[in-house]
Design a protein around this ligand. Structure first.
Ligand SMILES: Cc1ncc(COP(=O)(O)O)c(C=O)c1O
Length: 479
């Protein structure tokens, strides 16, 4: 039996009506409800289940499921994925089809409070009306033309980033790892460039730190500390030394030897387990880099853009880098990366040194302008700081006394709950109670990186679910 289901790509009709474009925003998908065959792409199947004809309103919400793979549709999609996708991801057994604010909904109609925000991406939550308008308007005007031509949103976004940071210029990429690849190349090129003036041998090496994460492509991977990410793909880029995060003395000594092109550091480590740098550590790196002519690169891909309650995490430390890499939340869910540099770095880069077909495309940059306009407002940032304090206090109150909880750390809305056991049973129990969280570190840290628009009520609900499910850590240990 074949059914037609029509759904708008936007949940907010008023936004669409106010949009200046004249797009037909309704898409029809023909889906086979009962006899889908294996070659049909799974995303088309999502729309074939019984659902209201609009994804915008009136969706019936069910309590979160109580078994690990609930429902026939979920099971089918997961089975299809097992056949057709390269198995790079150990995914949670939910199939998400819709999001609104801090909530997401699975294919069976269950609602979840989303404290993952697409791994610290959806800073404005799901389907922010201003973001949506920026995307829809720009998609109907000009989506992509390549970097062979000048375009308006790209230069506007660069202006806004420069005006609100230490940087003089911006290079756009499409992801975090690509932003770091560009930073690696710019660092090498900068060192070559300075040596053509002074006749010295250019510094080509890098320092990165324990528990760091800089990406999965071969350059950024070489800078990523986890051995199991690198080992299967060696040889990666040579010349990287890993030092202990926070060990200023070791870093200063190595930088002084003059072979270091750049030091890559996250002011707050995300994936590594929510560890914050100290002011002294970053200051020591800054002054050693200044003395030796090495560049200081802050990877703010996860901690930047408002997550800490500061627009840039490094503002909390009063230390500025030569290069800062950004990605995740910048375009509100569309792929983007950005490398912010000082004039000194930019002056070493010439035509043809680096580039990308997609990067800085009008669609993505217009979306990013909408995000940056909201996030960079001081009320927005102070609300993040306030909610972060409230969240951490509540967690300490309700979870702090549990014997599995070693520490609750982080600031703003990047919070880690460090456990003495693996966090995954807790993640599963939370998900079954309608709460999505991530892990970090060695799998023993619950990572909380919600949309920055989360409300106090949502924070309270999240802490309730966490505290009510914490007992599963005991049950699991008794096995
Ligand atoms: C600090 C940091 N750097 C780089 C990356 C890589 O970003 P992407 O996954 O967009 O390549 C991440 C992603 O988790 C990150 O957290």
């Amino acid at each position: 039996m074949t059914t037609m289901s029509t759904f708008p790509i936007c949940r907010n009709h008023s936004t669409l009506q106010s949009s200046s474009t004249n797009l037909n925003l309704r898409r029809s998908f023909t889906t086979d409800t009962h006899h889908h065959h294996h070659h049909q792409p799974p995303q088309l199947l999502f729309f074939s289940r019984t659902r209201p004809t609009t994804a915008c309103q009136g969706v019936e919400v069910k309590a979160a499921p109580n078994v690990s793979v609930s429902g026939k549709r979920t099971k089918e999609v997961i089975e299809d994925e097992g056949r057709f996708l390269v198995g790079t991801y150990a995914r949670a057994p939910v199939v998400l089809v819709r999001g609104e604010g801090c909530k997401v909904y699975d294919v069976e109609g269950n609602e979840y409070l989303d404290l993952t925000a697409g791994i610290a991406v959806n800073a404005l939550g799901h389907g922010d009306a201003d973001w949506l308008k920026a995307v829809v308007d720009q998609a109907g005007t000009l989506t992509h033309v390549s970097n062979v031509f000048h375009t308006l949103p790209q230069v506007e976004l660069a202006k806004h980033l420069v005006a609100s940071s230490f940087a003089d210029r911006v290079f756009f990429a499409n992801s975090g790892t690509e932003a770091n690849e560009a930073a690696i190349k710019f660092s090498r090129k900068y060192q070559k460039h300075t040596c053509t003036n002074n006749g010295k041998v250019p510094a080509t090496e890098f320092i990165a730190f324990s528990n760091c994460f800089h990406g999965r492509t071969l350059g950024a991977l070489a800078l990523t500390s986890k051995v199991q990410y690198r080992a299967p793909f060696e040889p990666v880029m040579p010349g990287v030394t890993f030092l202990e995060y926070g060990n200023a003395q070791a870093a200063v000594e190595l930088i002084q030897q003059g072979k270091i092109a750049a030091v890559f550091v996250e002011p707050i480590q995300g994936e590594g387990g929510i560890y914050s740098a100290t002011k002294e550590f970053l200051q020591s790196l800054r002054s050693a880099c200044n003395d030796a002519g090495a560049l200081l690169v802050f990877d703010e891909i996860q901690c930047g853009l408002g997550r800490t309650g500061f627009l840039w995490a490094h503002e909390a430390y009063g230390v500025s880098p030569d290069i800062m890499t950004l990605a995740k939340p910048l375009a509100g869910g569309l792929p983007i990366g950005a490398v912010l540099v000082t004039e000194k770095v930019a002056s070493a880069i010439n035509y043809g040194d680096h580039g990308s077909t997609f990067a800085g495309t009008p669609l993505v940059c217009n979306a990013a302008l909408a995000v940056l306009n909201k996030i960079s407002k001081s009320d927005f940032l102070s609300a993040v700081a306030k909610k972060g304090l409230y969240f951490k206090d509540l967690l300490k109150q309700k979870l702090g006394g549990n014997h599995h909880v070693n520490e609750i750390r982080g600031f703003g809305l990047i919070i880690g709950i460090d456990l003495d056991v693996p966090a995954s049973p807790l993640l599963d129990a939370c998900r079954n109670s309608g709460l999505l969280v991530l892990t970090a570190g060695k799998g023993n840290v619950v990572r909380i990186v919600p949309p920055l628009i989360i409300t106090e009520q949502e924070i309270e609900r999240a802490v309730d679910i966490l505290s009510q499910t914490l007992h599963v850590l005991d049950e699991n240990n008794r096995k």
